[in-house]
Ligand binder design. Structure first.
Ligand code: MG
Length: 383
C-alpha cells in the first residue's frame, strides 16, 4: 500500500446462512427488527461509514430478490453468491473483492445489526498494528466443561475472551489464508488467519453488538430498542346553551352545554393532544382544523382514535392515559367509572390503562366562575 494515501477498506457481510436455529419463515438476517430487516440495518452501518469504500454481501442464491429489496437505495453494495459453509462464503466474497484490490477488509456477520460506527473505527485503526484484528469481550460467567449435564471440569477464565465481528484483516493476507484452508472447517476468520501464522490482536468489543441466533434474541433486541415517551395535552371549552356536556365520550347532564366546533369534548381533546405529543405528530388543530366544515359537530372519539392509529402506525403502544378534568360543575365523581370505561372502549385498551380524575379550582379563575371546563392529559407510550 503506498504510504501517501489512506488505506482502502472494504466490508464483506456474510448473509448466506439458512439459520436453522432461528426457525421462522425466512432466514434470520431477513427478519424484521422494528420494521427493518436485520441485514439492512447491518448494511447501513457499513455502507454509510466514511472509512468503508465498498460492501460485498455473500448471499444464498435463493435470496437474490429478497436481498435486492433489502439493499434498495444503499450505496456501494453488491451481492455475490455464498457457498455451502460460512467459510466458503467468506472465501467467495473475498475472491469477488480481489479485482478491486482493497488494502483492508472487515468481515462481519449479517445477523449482527447493532454494529456501531465506533466499533468499525476501532477495528480499522487496530489494523495499523497487526494484519488481523478482532473485537473481543471479557468472559464474566464461570465456564464449565460438561459431559451431558455432568460437570467434567471448571475452565479457568484467565486469558479467555469472546470473539465478535467485524473481524478486520489486511486483504492480501486473509485472501491467501482462506484459499489455503479451503475445505476445512475453522470456527472464524481469525482462526483462518492464525492458521497461516499471522498475528491477530484484539480491540475492545461491544456488548450491544449481539449476534441474533434465536427468536428470543430478536425479541430481546426489539425490547431493548423500545423507548418510553410522555406526551401532555391541555384544552378548554366555554359553557353555552345546552343541557349536557360531552366528557370522555360520555354525555353528562348539566345546566349548560360546551361551545365548540366539534362536540367540544374537552377531555378527549386534551387526551388526543397528549397522544399526538408523545408521537411528535403535531396537535389536534392541525389534524382536524376548526375551519373545516367536515368536523362540525364531529364526535371527538374520532380524533383520539386517529391519534392512537398514528401511534400504532409508528410501532407504538399506549401504555397509560391520565386525564384530569378541571371544573366546579358538573360533578365528575359520580361519572368517573363510566368515563374510564368509555375511554378504554374508544381506544380498545384495558381500563387499568386509563385514569380519569377531576378537580375544582376552589372557586378561583374561569373554571371557578363556572365559565367553562379545562382538561389536562398525560399519555405514556412505548415506541
Ligand atoms: Mg378543544
Amino acid at each position: 500500500m503506498p504510504a501517501d494515501r489512506l488505506p482502502r477498506c472494504a466490508a464483506l457481510i456474510v448473509a448466506a446462512g439458512r439459520g436453522q436455529r432461528f426457525g421462522g419463515s425466512q432466514p434470520k438476517q431477513y427478519a424484521p427488527l422494528k420494521g427493518e430487516a436485520l441485514l439492512r440495518r447491518t448494511l447501513r452501518a457499513f455502507c454509510t461509514h466514511p472509512r468503508i469504500s465498498q460492501v460485498v454481501v455473500a448471499i444464498h442464491p435463493d435470496d437474490a430478490s429478497t436481498f435486492a429489496a433489502v439493499a434498495e437505495g444503499l450505496p456501494n453494495v453488491r451481492a455475490v453468491h455464498g457457498g455451502a459453509q460460512r467459510q466458503d462464503s467468506v472465501r467467495l466474497g473475498l475472491e469477488a473483492l480481489a479485482a478491486q484490490s482493497p488494502d483492508l477488509v472487515l468481515i462481519h456477520d449479517g445477523a449482527r445489526p447493532m454494529i456501531s460506527a465506533d466499533l468499525i473505527d476501532r477495528v480499522i485503526t487496530g489494523l495499523n498494528e497487526a494484519p488481523g484484528v478482532i473485537p473481543a469481550l471479557t468472559v464474566v460467567d464461570t465456564l464449565k466443561r460438561v459431559n451431558a449435564n455432568t460437570i467434567g471440569e471448571t475452565v479457568s477464565r484467565d486469558n479467555l475472551v469472546r470473539a465478535q465481528t467485524p473481524q478486520g484483516f489486511r486483504f492480501a493476507e486473509i485472501l491467501s489464508a482462506h484459499q489455503a484452508v479451503a475445505g476445512e472447517a475453522l470456527t472464524d476468520d481469525a482462526a483462518v488467519m492464525e492458521r497461516s501464522g499471522h498475528r491477530v490482536i484484539t480491540v475492545p468489543g461491544d456488548e450491544a453488538n449481539i449476534k441474533v441466533t434465536t427468536m428470543d434474541d430478536l425479541a430481546r433486541l426489539t425490547e431493548s430498542l423500545t423507548e418510553t415517551r410522555i406526551g401532555q395535552g391541555f384544552d378548554v371549552h366555554k359553557f353555552g346553551p345546552g343541557d349536557s356536556v360531552w366528557l370522555c365520550g360520555v354525555n353528562v347532564p348539566h345546566t349548560h352545554g360546551l361551545v365548540g366546533h366539534s362536540d367540544a369534548d374537552v377531555a378527549l381533546h386534551a387526551a388526543t393532544d397528549a397522544i399526538l405529543g408523545a408521537v411528535g405528530a403535531g396537535d389536534i388543530g392541525q389534524h382536524f382544523p376548526p375551519s373545516d366544515e367536515k368536523w362540525r359537530g364531529a364526535p371527538s372519539y374520532k380524533f383520539i382514535q386517529h391519534a392512537h392509529d398514528l401511534l400504532k402506525q409508528r410501532g407504538g403502544t399506549l401504555v397509560h392515559l391520565d386525564v384530569t378534568i378541571i371544573c366546579e360543575r358538573p360533578k365528575v365523581g359520580p361519572h368517573r367509572t363510566a368515563l374510564v370505561a368509555s375511554v378504554a372502549k374508544i381506544l380498545g385498551i384495558a381500563e387499568d390503562r386509563v385514569s380519569v380524575k377531576a378537580t375544582t379550582t376552589e372557586g378561583l379563575g374561569f373554571t371557578g366562575r363556572q365559565e367553562g371546563i379545562a382538561a389536562q392529559a398525560v399519555a405514556t407510550v412505548r415506541i
